[in-house]
Structure formats: C-alpha cells, structure tokens
Design a protein. Sequence first.
Length: 436
Amino acid sequence: MKTHTVTVGDLMLKGGHLLIGGEHPVSVQTMCNTDTLDVAASVAQCERIAAAGAQLIRLTTQGLPQVRALAKIKETLSKRGIHIPLVADVHFSAATAMEAARVADKVRINPGNFSRDPSQAKALLATLLETCNLHHTALRIGVNHGSLPAHIMELYGDTPEGMCRAAMEYLTVCQELNFTNTVVSIKSSNTRVMVQANRLLVKHMEEAGMSYPIHLGVTESGNERQGRLKSAAGIITLLKEGIGNTFRVSLTEAPESEIRFGKLFLPLLATPATPTASADLWDQLIVSACYEWAPGLLDGTIDWKTLPMPFVEAPFATKEELTDFCMDLLQATRCVFTKPEYISCPGCGRTKYNLEETVRAVKAATSHLKGCTIAIMGCIVNGPGEMADAQYGYVGEGNEKITLYKGKIPVMRGIPQEEAVQHLLQLIESDQQHAT
Ligand code: SF4
C-alpha cells in the first residue's frame, strides 16, 4: 500500500528522528517494561534497546508524573548522545495525552478510551491534534481486538470489520482537520484476525482517499518459540504483501529480544529476499518458515492436513524437533491446536509482578492440558480488556495479589501470587473434569 510519510522526532538531529511510510524502509520498534517513574532504570533500558537497533521506543505514560519522567528520560538520553525518538503510551486520560504531546516525539492513544461517548472521544481527539500540530508531535491511533467502543460492538461485534470501523472514525477526524502525522494500528493476539483486519483497513483507507502508514503487531503473543511464531506469522504475511511501515514484535521477554528478533524480518523485504543471518538458528528458521508458509496457512490456501511431517527442513534439528516446530507453526496460524494456547502481554510500566517468571511457571504447570486458552496479563487496568477471547485469565492486581478470570468474569480475587498458579491449574482441571 502506498502511504504518505509521518515524521517522528526532530528532523534537525542526526538520528533523532524517524520517517515512517512513503518510500522509507520498514522500521522496528519496541516498548520499555520499566516503571517510567524510575528514570535511571528507564534510561538504562532505552540505552540497551537503542544499542540492539531499535528505531523508536515507547514508554508507559499513564499520568502527569510519567510525562515529567519521560521528559527527564529524553533529556538524559540526549545528553548521552542517544537521540532515538520516544513515544508516550497513553491509555485513558486525554489530559495526559495533551501534556505528553508537548514532550514526546509521538503519542500513542486509543481515542475510544478517552470517553464512552463517541462524540466526546472524537472532540478530545480533535483538541489533541491541535496540540500535536503545535509541537510537531506524531500520533499513533491504536485500536485493539477486545477493546472496541460499545457503539461499534453493537453494530459490528468484536470483528475485523468492527476494528476497522473504530479506526476509521478516528482517522476521519484526522483527515477532516488535515492532520497527516498519524500512524494507525489495529492489533489482535489472533493471527488470522490481525491479518484480516489490516487488509480490510487498507481497503477502507483506500476507499476514503487516506494513506496513513500502518504499524503492525500481534498483541500478547507470548514468549519463546510460540510467541515468536505468532508475531512472525502475522507481521511477515502482511509485510510480504506490502502492508505495514513499522512493526513491533510483542514478546513477554526483554524488549531487546523483540528488537533482535524483529530485525531478522528485514532482509526478507529486500528484492530479492535474502536469508537472514543470525546466531540463533531456531530464530532464523522461524522467520524463514513464516515467510514461506504462514500466508498460505493463515489464508487456508495450503491444506495443512496434506503436508508431510515435518514440512520444514533444517540440518541442525532432528526429525522429532522439526515435527514439534511444525505443530507450533500450525497452531500459530490457527490451523490446529495441539497444546494450550497462551496469550501473555509483553509487560510495561504498569506491570504488577514478575511477568516473565510467571509465564514460565504457568506454562510449566499447564503444558499437559489440551484445548484451552490461558492469558497471563500484567495489570488489572488493561489486562482483562486485552486478553481477548482467552478462556482463563491470570491478571496482576498489584500488592502481590492476582485475580483469576473465566472468560471476562473474575472468579477469584486477591489470591496471593505464590498460590495463584496452583489455583489456576485447579480451576481449569475442575472445568475439564466436569466437561468429560
Ligand atoms: S496488560 Fe497492562 S501490564 Fe500488560 S502490556 Fe497491557 S498495560 Fe502493560
């Protein structure tokens, strides 16, 4: 898709800006998982992320104290000669977004979270655009599967069409006010929904005469191989067909891992596509297998039942290892589910516990189960909305307490963290026993 260019950051600073869209190369970005108020830790993580090759870094900015901390982080990085553009991630407060727009190079919002009243949400967006204009700040409008406004849910449900309609409402405000410095994203943890929604968004934008660049991502994709496969399947499928100008691989791991893995996608976009060069042979296999197989598996043009097992080759792996790899690829592309499906957020400044350790513990305790989707989410504010269609949710409340969910319903609150994995296991096993 042909898009116009969005400018993020200060054009006068060498390396201090990023051009997204137009003829500019696809860029790779990530998000800090530090507490933004901890300026020293956030600066140190930004340094590591920049060294890994990130071109844009997002930080949680939930209120005015975080806006002030973001300004300090930016200033400190700049004094150290690191001029990477910073994005303020604002979820609910339009007032915070206005202040962040004076400080950050880009602000990420979902206007639907500003107000339940759609007209008011659009009015607040219009006011934010004025501030962005004044301070040359770029904007990302981010709409996620699982958190659509009520009026959209009523008309379209939680569908790719609904996600696009929500995004188009906000892009129309930008278009009417002639504000072009906007990037748009519509994300889902379901790779098929994510791919369909982005294709549909391109169609809607073209019909409306819009050319906003697109940020790609598979949300809450998890960790390790399963998380990498989901992210790579969704993002590479779209990049291969010319959709997407910047992306974030979302993993429940250190942000540097997201960058190192995401950078492996870029050689595939060269003409002709070139193999990736990595030290990690499995990561390389994930990327090349997704490039070759994910589009057909996601679209159903490849009948996975007719494929020989394993259907990928690699001299460094045994036949059994490759068969297991292929089953994970088939699960990531939602062809067949042979293991529990895990959804876990990457964590951010709102995370209320050690997410990486917890995801490993939940996986270790539940890997023998079949036919269930388990979400492990870092915070109670956004976690329940973002865990989409998970059957079970493990959500951090704060103060080392956990709430367990069945679907969207909290069924156990205030569980001490050290007991929560066991309670989750009992909950799932009891449901499965009743079902048999
Ligand atoms: S669910 Fe909460 S902790 Fe996890 S990424 Fe989203 S906002 Fe951050």
